[in-house]
Design a protein. Structure first.
Length: 169
């Protein structure tokens, strides 16, 4: 991440267009967002109820492979910018945290984006303050968020059980 500003894309005539990674990830971001917006109902139905989707004529296999293709595009576009460790952490940790609490696909997407933004921001400033690896710092913050989420989930689970057991049948 620290070296992204050094890989400059220059137009003919020596015009500085900015970091090349900005354009690569920006284009992949736009394409993925358009895919999610256009295919929202098909993604939701094939993800959460593939048998019903097949019964009403939605091609479950097609949407599965489209989704995996876009995950692959995002991963490859991000490898160059953030590296292998951070991309694997971003793809797995934040959705796992949100999955503990979310009740819908929309909540999953919004929660994952919010947690990723928080861990990236805090991790970046921690890395700059301590002069350490940015990617490693972001992953550590994400891991810390996961630990907090697991503790909160256990607390909520047992507090709900104790509340339910105090009421007579």
């Amino acid at each position: 991440i620290a070296y992204v500003p050094l890989d400059i894309w220059e137009w003919e005539g020596g015009i500085n267009a900015g970091p090349r990674a900005f354009y690569v990830t920006g284009i992949s971001f736009i394409v993925v967002v358009l895919f999610v917006i256009i295919g929202w109902k098909y993604l939701a139905i094939t993800t959460f109820d593939p048998s019903f989707a097949a019964q009403i004529g939605v091609s479950v296999g097609l949407w599965h492979y489209l989704l995996m293709g876009f995950v692959s595009v995002t991963t490859v576009a991000s490898f160059e910018v953030v590296g292998a460790i951070l991309i694997v952490a971003m793809i797995s940790i934040h959705p796992a945290i949100v999955y503990l609490f979310a009740r819908s696909l929309k909540q999953m997407l919004i929660g994952t984006l919010a947690l990723a933004l928080v861990s990236c921001t805090i991790g970046y400033f921690v890395a700059v303050f301590f002069n350490i690896s940015i990617a490693g710092s972001i992953v550590c913050i994400a891991g810390f968020e996961l630990c907090i989420a697991l503790v909160l989930k256990v607390i909520f689970k047992y507090s709900r059980k104790s509340q339910l057991s105090t009421y007579p049948n």
